[in-house]
Design a protein around this ligand. Structure first.
Ligand code: SF4
Length: 335
């Protein structure tokens, strides 16, 4: 395809420079908002991208302007050839980062450093071991907590993603913020979002406004500093005066940030999702395996991207199950 065609620019003028690649549909935790109770039907191994195919597809995106690649899952570190994938992608001119649940990340700090990974997003929805067990259905709180401290000590830039749910962990908002007093981490409170099998309901979600009400009730207003968000940022960033770390809110439900979206997603079975909430996908893997050029398929997918949340423009539309249920479970998207 002619190079002057920016195949990563959509009809709304957004240039997509950030590719999130889900490496695997498996995980060593069972978070209730991500993995349906009944589990997920895993793709046959032959339908999953090999490390060579991940590299070939990523290389094409980089050729057309992708400058950041995030590796997700499931849990990316449980993929046996994770180090090989990381090393191959590290040969591309991109910023590499990963999203992990940190259960086994202590075994990977050297390979991450060796391949230029500087920033990590860690999922942690509670600072309470019992609640952690309840939401992840696994007893790994201490490992995750200690590994977060290890990552900070090792000099990684750590962001902690906490999905907030009513009557579960919204009463930990202040504890999470106080966690940033002496630790240079960024806590990101995520509005609970609907994905296949997670029994989402608007009433279970803690909104951006509710989170800031709790913050502004607890901390004097002049102590809560609004930070400048980076371009394409998904989060609204704040810090408490004098605290080493910061906190933020990712409000896809009540305050979507689609105007500056630069993200595309590649699933572990080689499907391109032009939006987290898109119900349509484009099959890059079959095209690649047929020895055909994947650029036209990428271009068509990007051209078909809706302005907002996969076409769910208003909150009323977003709340409609028949609209938001045409999606995968979070574990097979990778966030
Ligand atoms: S909802 Fe879709 S368009 Fe909006 S920011 Fe997320 S990925 Fe981008």
């Amino acid at each position: 395809m002619k190079n002057e065609t920016n195949i990563l620019q959509d009809t709304h003028g957004r240039k997509h420079s950030y590719l999130r690649i889900s490496l695997i549909e498996r995980c060593n935790l069972r978070c209730t908002y991500c993995m349906p109770e009944e589990g997920v039907t895993l793709s046959p191994k032959s339908h999953l991208m090999t490390y060579e195919e991940i590299y070939d597809i990523a290389k094409t995106f980089v050729k057309h302007g992708v400058t950041k690649i995030r590796l997700t899952g499931g849990e990316p570190l449980v993929r046996k050839d994770f180090p090989v994938i990381l090393e191959k992608l590290a040969s591309l001119p991109v910023e590499l980062s990963i999203t992990s649940n940190a259960v086994i990340i202590d075994k990977f700090t050297e390979v991450l450093k060796a391949n230029g990974v500087k920033s990590l997003n860690i999922s942690l929805d509670s600072l309470n071991p019992d609640k952690f067990h309840k939401i992840t259905r696994r007893n790994e709180f201490n490992k995750v907590y200690n590994n977060i401290l290890l990552l900070v000590k090792e000099g990684f830039k750590v962001k902690i993603n906490a999905v907030l749910m009513k009557d579960f962990n919204e009463n930990e908002i202040i504890d999470f913020i106080n966690f940033t007093k002496d630790l240079p981490v960024s806590i990101r409170f995520i509005e609970f979002m609907p994905f296949d099998g997670n029994r989402w309901d608007m009433s279970k979600m803690v909104s951006y406004a509710e989170i800031m009400d709790i913050v502004n009730t607890h901390f004097p207003t002049n102590q809560v500093i609004r930070l400048k968000d980076a371009p394409n940022d998904t989060s609204k960033n704040y810090k408490i005066k004098g605290f080493k770390g910061s906190f933020a809110v990712i409000s896809s439900v009540t305050n979507p940030f689609c105007d500056s979206c630069n993200r595309l997603r590649l699933t572990a079975n080689g499907q391109l999702k032009n939006c987290l909430f898109s119900s349509s996908e484009s099959d890059l893997l079959t095209t690649l395996r047929a020895g055909k050029n994947i650029e036209p398929t990428i271009h068509k997918a990007v051209q078909g991207k809706f302005k907002i949340r996969g076409g769910m423009n208003t909150l009323e539309e977003f709340k409609k199950p028949k609209l938001h249920n045409n999606n995968r479970s979070m574990i097979t998207i990778g966030g």
